[in-house]
Ligand binder design. Structure first.
Ligand code: NAD
Ligand code: DAU
Length: 345
C-alpha cells in the first residue's frame, strides 16, 4: 500500500499558465488547509486573470520570478514542503524558432529548482513532463513508463533533459521526486496558440482554421481537470523516483477534431485550410495509463461532452481570449502562419 503524504505549503511554478492555474484551483479545493505559493515569470503564456478569483484568499500568494533565477527561487521556496513544477516553454512550434529559451527554462530552470529544493529540505518535488519525451508512436501500441525516451523536437528534447536532471537528484541527493507525463491537454484558460483553442477561437472569428499537412496526425486528448487530478494523486501517493503516464484515452485525428468544433459552432467546413506542415511533426502519441490507474487515477473519458463544454467556455468567455489575441499573439501568428501560406491580417 502506498503511503499518502500531506503538505502544508506547496510551491506551484507556472501557476499562471493553462494547466498550472487549473491545478492551483484544484489544489485549494481538494486540500483546503494548504497554502499555495505561485511562482511565475508571466511570459506571454502567463495570465494573472486566470487566478484573479483567488486575490485576497489568505491561502494564496504570488511571486513573479523566473525559475532560473537562483536568488528569487531561494527566497520564494522558504517554508515550502512541496514543489510542483509546471513552468516551461510549452509550445512545439515556438521551440522551432527559439530553442535556446526552451533549454534555459525547461532544463536549466529545472536544475535551479532542484538545487533549491535540496537546500531547503523540500519533502516532495513533482516535475510535470509530457508524453512527447517518448517521441512518436506512428501506428498502434502505447508508450509505457519504462520505454526509452526518444524526443524528436527541441521542446520535447528539453523536457526530457529536465527529467534526466530530476532523476540525477533522486539518485545522487536522495531527493524525493516524481514525474508525470501528460498527453495533449485541453479545457478552459488555454492560450490560443494551441490546437483546440486556436480552432475554436478562429472559428468564432470566422477566420481560417490552419491544419498542418494532411491533418491526419493523432493526439490523445486529456481534459485539464483530469490532468490536475492525476498530478495531485502522484504528488501525494506516487513512489519516489517513478514516472507516471497521464493519458486521456481519447485518441482523435486532428482534422476530425477541427470539424467537430465547426459543427458545434454552426460554422462551415470551408473554413478548414491545409497549410505547410510542422517540421519533424510527430504523427501520433499514445500512453498506457495502467500505472497511474493502479495508484487510483480515474480520468473521465467522455471526450465529446468535454470538448463541447470547452467550446462553450470559449464562446462564453470571449473577453479572456480576445485580450490575448489582440496582444503578443498577433505577432506570433504572423510569424508562424504567414510562412505556412496563411493569409494574415
Ligand atoms: P503554458 O505555456 O500555458 O504555461 C506555462 C507557464 O509557465 C506560464 O504561466 C509562463 O508564464 C510560465 N513560465 C514560463 N517560463 C517560465 C520561467 N522561466 N519561470 C517561471 N515561469 C515561467 O503551459 P501549459 O500548457 O499549462 O503546460 C504546463 C506544463 O505542462 C509544462 O511543463 C508542459 O511541458 C506540460 N505539459 C503540457 C501539456 C499540454 O497539452 N498543454 C501536456 C503535457 C505536459
Ligand atoms: O502531447 C503533449 C504536448 O501537447 C505538450 O507537452 C505540449 O506542451 C503541448 O503544446 C502539446 O503539443 P502538440 O504539439 O501536440 O500540441 P499543439 O496544440 O501545438 O498541436 C496539436 C496537433 O495539432 C499537432 O498534431 C499539430 C496540429 N496543429 C497545431 C496547430 C497549433 C495544427 O494542425 N495546426 C495548428 O495551427
Amino acid at each position: 500500500m502506498t503511503a499518502t503524504r500531506t503538505f502544508t505549503r506547496v510551491m506551484v511554478t507556472g501557476g499562471a499558465g493553462f494547466i498550472g492555474s487549473n491545478y492551483v484551483h484544484y489544489l485549494l479545493e481538494r486540500h483546503p488547509a494548504y497554502q499555495v505559493v505561485v511562482v511565475d515569470k508571466l511570459t506571454y503564456a502567463g495570465n494573472l486573470a486566470s487566478l484573479a478569483d483567488l486575490d485576497g484568499d489568505p491561502r494564496y500568494s504570488f511571486v513573479r520570478a523566473d525559475i532560473a533565477d537562483e536568488a528569487a527561487i531561494d527566497a520564494a521556496m522558504q517554508g515550502c514542503d512541496a514543489v510542483v513544477n509546471f513552468a516551461a516553454d510549452s509550445h512545439v512550434d515556438r521551440s522551432l524558432h527559439d530553442p535556446g529559451g526552451f533549454i534555459r527554462t525547461d532544463v536549466h530552470g529545472v536544475f535551479v529548482l532542484l538545487e533549491a529544493a535540496r537546500r531547503h529540505g523540500v519533502r516532495r518535488f513533482l516535475q510535470i513532463s509530457t508524453d512527447e519525451v517518448y517521441g512518436h508512436f506512428p501506428q498502434g501500441g502505447e508508450s509505457v513508463e519504462t520505454d526509452r525516451l526518444r524526443p524528436r523536437n527541441p521542446y520535447s528534447a528539453a523536457k526530457a533533459g529536465g527529467e534526466m536532471m530530476v532523476n540525477a537528484y533522486v539518485e545522487t541527493h536522495g531527493l524525493d521526486a516524481v514525474i508525470t507525463r501528460g498527453s495533449n491537454t485541453f479545457g478552459p484558460y488555454q492560450y490560443p496558440e494551441k490546437f483546440i483553442p486556436l480552432m475554436i477561437t478562429n472559428a468564432l472569428e470566422d477566420q481560417p482554421l490552419p491544419i498542418y499537412g494532411d491533418g491526419l496526425q493523432r493526439r490523445d486528448w486529456l481534459y485539464v481537470r483530469d490532468h490536475c487530478a492525476g498530478v495531485d494523486l502522484v504528488l501525494h501517493r506516487g513512489a519516489t523516483g517513478e514516472a507516471y503516464n497521464l493519458g486521456g484515452g481519447n485518441e482523435a485525428v486532428n482534422l476530425d477534431v477541427a470539424k467537430r468544433i465547426l459543427d458545434r459552432l454552426g460554422k462551415p467546413h470551408s473554413l478548414l485550410r491545409h497549410v505547410g506542415d510542422r517540421p519533424g511533426h510527430d504523427r501520433r502519441y499514445a500512453l498506457s495509463t495502467a500505472k497511474a490507474e493502479a495508484l487510483g487515477w480515474e480520468p473521465r473519458h467522455d471526450f465529446s461532452i468535454l470538448l463541447a463544454e470547452t467550446i462553450d467556455w470559449y464562446a462564453a468567455n470571449q473577453p479572456w481570449w480576445r485580450a490575448i489575441k489582440s496582444g503578443e499573439f498577433a505577432d506570433w501568428y504572423a510569424k508562424n502562419y504567414a510562412a505556412r501560406g496563411v493569409h494574415v491580417g
